[in-house]
Write a protein that binds this ligand. Structure first.
Ligand SMILES: [Zn+2]
Length: 281
């Protein structure tokens, strides 16, 4: 029996990413032309073609402007989850601001889809040892699961020694919350982030496949993420540092083909379903 893995999309636009946060401030976002709707449709069509259901973590700012897109995601049978409101790194926010934005975004989404939103993912996986307090706020806000912790070392995110597979975590104030950490695999003696996005564009496809197969061979599900702008090689270019431009633009033209390959090599469904399969929800 092949294992069902979680396929996730972080629904935000090309100018809202952390790589460009120094170059584009949130108050400038309204000056950009939105491409998130057309790009999300590209993914929705591909998933329909493959008969795959996925989880879409939607940014509140996008939900406010693209009501019908969010409703379409839900009506096409996918899970709508929350990606916060303004895409700020959690450890740069105060708990009060984080709470306000999270609740605002969750209720925006619930008003649109008329269903409870159970899952949360922080901007750039920014729940780290500096922002564990956020887990309490998520539990208090009524989320059942989180998928924000990357068990790796990175300049912007990561809790290196945290568990690699889905588990129930105890928040600092004693709430329970299910965590689906972003997937990693051991390749060539190194623990590599293998969960998607920039890594999926950076590594040759065979390397991603080898890492993900290794997880399924342990009878464990992996979680994979992608952004709508990653299947949009034509997007307008933003001037930023060499590293930021590399992270954002590298191999954009290869991403859609690789995603097609990936969805024929592995089985996918929503995060909610995978966690239910694991007996965690
Ligand atoms: Zn994001």
């Amino acid at each position: 029996m092949s294992i069902q893995n979680a396929l996730t999309v972080d629904v935000e636009d090309y100018f809202q990413v952390s790589a460009f946060a120094k170059n584009v401030a949130p108050h400038d976002w309204d000056n950009f032309s939105l491409r998130v709707e057309q790009n999300t449709h590209k993914l929705l069509d591909l998933f329909d073609e493959r008969q795959i259901k996925a989880t879409f973590f939607v940014l509140g700012w996008v939900a406010e402007r693209e009501n019908s897109l969010i409703l379409k995601i839900a009506n096409r049978g996918h899970e709508v989850a929350c990606h916060g409101y303004s895409h700020q790194l959690v450890y740069n926010q105060t708990p009060d601001v984080f709470r306000q934005e999270t609740i605002r975004s969750k209720s925006l989404l619930e008003d649109i889809i008329q269903q409870p939103v159970r899952g949360y993912r922080a901007a750039s996986y920014s729940i780290t040892n500096r922002s564990l307090w956020a887990l309490d706020i998520l539990a208090e806000a009524g989320f059942d699961y989180d998928s924000s912790i990357f068990p790796v070392r990175h300049d912007r995110y990561g809790i290196p020694d945290s568990p690699e597979f889905p588990y129930v975590l105890d928040t600092p104030e004693g709430h329970k919350l299910v965590e689906f950490p972003l997937s990693t695999a051991k390749l060539m003696k190194y623990k590599l982030p293998i969960a998607g996005g920039g890594y999926f564009r950076l590594y040759p496809y065979w390397l991603s496949r080898a890492g993900l197969r290794q997880i399924n061979r342990k009878e464990k599900p992996f979680i994979f993420y992608l952004h709508p702008w990653e299947v949009d090689p034509e997007q307008p270019r933003i001037s930023a540092s060499r590293l930021s431009r590399f992270r954002h633009y590298n191999n954009l033209d290869k991403c859609e083909d690789r995603l097609r390959q990936l969805t024929s090599d592995f089985q996918f469904t929503t995060v909610e379903k995978v966690l239910q399969n694991q007996g965690l929800l």
